[in-house]
Design a protein. Structure first.
Length: 301
């Protein structure tokens, strides 16, 4: 098969592992810088161009699109969809998962466990918003933050009020969530491939840090998840429409709650913690499913 990885940095661990896994299984794979792609949007022969050449003949595209380039990255994936190339994750699914509020609303509509979440526009509604999520401590999140950036824990009522009003004053889009105290700064990353949890790890935040992101000094270890946690992770990925996803769960007193569904989950932490060839499992999924024109949206979303 001829595969394309959309990644801005071929030296990243996740990108390198996908290339290694594909080559090990006898595939031709190429890493393409997403931001150097440009689209010829035409009715009958849409195409993607790259450094002066037309990209064609690919059986599948594997998007590794950073949050900061979501808009342009999904436009490139959508163009490949219009060309009939199979995307591991579709453009619409990536867009859904990157909008934290939209993702939360979609998950809530399907009855998936979530922290109590509030969203408001006017500073006049801040007091009621704080009460809505159960009062402090609470978490304030930028809707487009990633890897723990733009996430603030407000431990008192005054701090919550000040942080929310400050974000609103900057016209930043935020949502407010209840703080799951019983999680004790830990979350569970479930790695979903093709509707199955292929590995799971517990991520523990550094001492004094409520965020468990490995990029912020957190540690990871292999963990056995419950059937309910497994089902929640699979359902969350399905609601987003993602074939490959990192679903982050917290263990709350009322069962697992979803914190985030990541459309470009990193491979380094999960492969190290689990000892599994996750990149190889992604390539196997591509082998089984990559067929021309096999997308739900066909570039329409």
């Amino acid at each position: 098969m001829k595969l394309c990885v959309l990644s801005r940095n071929p030296r990243l661990y996740s990108t390198r592992r996908l290339v290694e896994a594909a080559k090990a299984r006898g595939h031709d794979i190429r890493v393409v810088n997403t931001l150097r792609c440009y689209n010829n949007v035409t009715s009958h022969r849409p195409s993607v161009h790259y450094r002066g050449e037309v990209l064609e003949g690919f059986d599948a595209v594997i998007p590794r699109i950073g949050a900061s380039v979501t808009f342009y990255g999904t436009a490139v994936v959508r163009q490949f969809e219009m060309m009939g190339v199979f995307p591991v994750n579709e453009s619409v699914a990536i867009s859904r998962s990157r909008d934290k509020l939209r993702a939360t609303q979609l998950l809530a509509r399907r009855g998936i466990g979530l922290p109590v979440t509030g969203f408001a526009y006017s500073p006049d509604d801040v007091n009621d918003l704080i009460k809505m999520v159960g009062g402090p401590p609470l978490v304030v999140k930028l809707l487009e933050g990633t890897q723990g950036v733009g996430v603030v824990l407000a431990e008192t009522y005054k701090a919550a009020e000040s942080v929310i009003q400050a974000f609103m004053g900057l016209e930043a889009e935020i949502m407010v969530q209840e703080f799951i105290r019983e999680a004790k700064g830990a979350d569970i990353r479930c790695f979903v491939v093709g509707g199955k949890v292929v590995a799971a790890m517990k991520r523990q935040g550094a001492e004094g840090e409520f965020r468990s992101n490995l990029h912020r000094g957190g540690s990871a270890q292999l963990i056995r998840i419950t059937p309910e946690e497994r089902s929640t992770a699979v359902r969350a990925a399905k609601v987003m429409g993602l074939n490959v996803a990192g679903v982050d769960l917290l263990r709350s007193n009322h069962g697992p709650v979803v914190m985030e569904v990541n459309s470009s989950p990193g491979l380094q932490g999960i492969e190290k913690a689990s000892g599994k060839d996750i990149a190889g499992q992604i390539i196997q999924f591509v082998e089984k499913n990559a067929k021309e024109g096999k997308t739900k949206t066909r570039g329409k979303g």
